[in-house]
Design a binder for this molecule. Structure first.
Ligand SMILES: [Zn+2]
Length: 549
């Protein structure tokens, strides 16, 4: 409580100092300035280059056991350090390959004892991510491990240890992203196909891992080792100032636009317009707001660029970014490689407000929705060209705004789409559509390639699809055909606190206990539903499974 009250006051004072146009947009709920309390103080999230500054020399004289312990102490140290100096998550781009490289470079013997110890340390690392808290004990560390591509024996052993540890525990962190690529792990003849099978088995039980689809058409040109995703789905890849990669790069800052609000205003002020004219007017009004959001991103970006390397002690000490922050004249030389993201929520409500029907009700509406997202991306690409900055379109994960935007809109408008208490995430089909999963992915697929700042599609199951990984495999293959970038599977996950049994139940099917913890995923990370915000609660209560017919 103390933390949230203090944070509210900090946010107010920051809003008061901003240009009036910006703070008004935020206060009226037309846009949301994320991580407001960190305004001008730090960037959002980072995929650190953990090899660049790794103290190989310092560790070289240790015993094998001590070397192994210190590898994971180093990882924890980075997570804590970054947790203190940035506002968002931390991703390991290729956890399997990175740990393998360190292991080999430290010349640790690959014998049975060391490998067994490695497995235990991996489990301890995962356990620590679940137990550790930062920011006055309020928030867990947002850590994502990307893996699945490395084919060396040791790297494969690491991937398998991570997955088994996660699967056989009640851990809900870290977020794990399994990267799928043909020739590496997608086909039965591929070296890592067994690891994909293990990953799918783990997903069937625990919703994690989620999947980066490297064979989707718009991802074909990407070296999958160079890209990493975050649990919050941020995708930092394209770079106007250097190599296209995620490693060592930050999402500097992001703001989200309340899409339904614009449609509500058009319906009120121009109710007689034809559908086509409403849509044209919508584009115009969206561009106007996006233009302000772009200026706002710049304002925050330049404030961060004025900081010093000393303001980022962990980065400074461990050389985690694409360019060593100690060796630049201005931090702008570092941060210009990162992304500035313009996010959105509520495409579904918007199309329904403008046309009277869901975007997935018919082909015409689907095309209207695709054109709308395409218009956003083209506008943002123009910013990218004009200002030579990595502006990106983000299908925001929606934590907080799914509830905040409709509650702001309720002050000015009345409509059943507002009254349900949440707006549908990014370009997603409604959570109660009951579309079968193949249809759902077909409708959402065309949006993925436009969201170069990140996005995800989920399939919602009624219960844990235990051991039914053929269904998962089939949906992954379908998603690749539908040009989906990032795919996840959701289902109600209940944990028996008496015996640690995991499944979907009200009474534990193992011990009969009724001391049940409800784990759900709403904004990218698994969480205990008891602590959900009102918007998240409303969304979860409306969810209906995508049934395979
Ligand atoms: Zn039980």
């Amino acid at each position: 409580v103390v933390y949230s009250r203090g944070s509210k006051e900090i946010k107010e004072s920051i809003l008061n100092k901003l240009d009036n146009n910006f703070s008004k947009l935020h206060r009226e709920g037309r846009i949301h300035i994320h991580d407001l309390e960190a305004y001008g103080l730090t960037y959002n999230c980072l995929t650190p280059n953990i090899l660049q500054g790794f103290p190989f020399e310092e560790f070289s004289n240790y015993s094998d056991f001590k070397k192994l312990i210190e590898i994971f102490n180093y990882c924890k140290h980075i997570v804590v350090g970054l947790g203190n100096e940035q506002s968002g998550g931390i991703a390991f781009a290729n956890f399997d390959e990175q740990v393998e490289k360190i292991y080999k470079k430290l010349i640790i013997a690959q014998n049975e004892i060391n490998l067994k110890f490695l497995t235990e340390l991996i489990d301890s690392f995962l356990k620590w991510i679940n137990d550790a808290r930062d920011r006055c004990g309020q928030v867990q560390y947002y850590v994502s491990l990307n893996l699945g591509l490395a084919t060396g024996d040791l790297a494969r052993y690491i991937t398998s240890s991570v997955l088994k540890s996660f699967m056989d525990s009640k851990y809900i962190r870290p977020n794990i992203i399994f990267k799928i690529k043909d020739g590496i792990n997608r086909s039965t003849i591929d070296r890592n196909f067994d690891l994909l099978q293990l990953a799918m088995k783990c997903t069937c039980k625990k919703m994690i891992p989620t999947y980066f689809l490297g064979d989707s058409n718009h991802n074909l040109k990407i070296d999958p080792f160079e890209i990493a995703l975050m649990g919050c789905r941020s995708r930092v890849y394209q770079n106007e100032h250097g190599k296209d990669t995620t490693i060592g790069k930050v999402n500097v800052v992001y703001n989200s636009i309340n899409l339904p609000r614009i449609a509500l205003e058009i319906n009120r002020e121009h109710s007689n317009l034809s559908k086509a004219k409403k849509i044209a007017l919508y584009n115009e009004k969206w561009m106007e707001i996006a233009d302000s959001v772009k200026d706002l991103l710049f304002d925050r970006y330049y404030k961060i660029c004025k900081l010093e390397a000393d303001d980022f002690p962990c980065n400074s000490e461990h050389n985690l970014m694409i360019i060593d922050i100690n060796k630049v004249k201005s931090l702008e030389d570092v941060f210009k490689n990162g992304t500035l993201s313009i996010g959105f929520i509520g495409l579904s409500e918007t199309i329904e407000l403008l046309t009277g029907e869901k975007f997935y009700a018919n082909e015409e509406n689907h095309q209207i929705a695709i054109n709308l997202i395409k218009m956003m991306r083209e506008t943002i690409d123009e910013y990218r060209r004009e200002f030579n900055m990595n502006f990106s379109l983000l299908g925001t994960s929606g934590e907080f705004i799914s509830g905040r935007f409709p509650s702001e809109d309720q002050k000015y408008f009345s409509h059943p789409l507002i009254d349900k208490g949440f707006y549908t995430n990014s370009f997603h089909v409604d959570v109660d559509s009951s579309l079968n999963p193949f249809e759902k992915l077909k409708f959402e697929g065309p949006f993925h390639k436009f969201c170069n700042g990140g996005c995800i599609s989920y399939v919602e199951f009624q219960s844990a699809p235990l051991n039914n990984f053929e269904a998962i495999m089939e949906l992954i293959e379908h998603a690749i055909k539908m040009d989906i970038n990032y795919l996840g599977f959701n289902f109600p996950m209940d944990v028996c606190l008496d015996c640690d049994n995991v499944g979907t139940f009200d009474i534990c099917d193992q011990c009969g206990g009724n001391n049940i913890q409800r784990i759900r995923r709403v904004s990218g990370y698994l969480e205990d539903a008891a602590f959900f915000t009102p918007g998240k609660k409303a969304e979860v209560s409306h969810r209906k499974p995508n049934v395979i017919i």
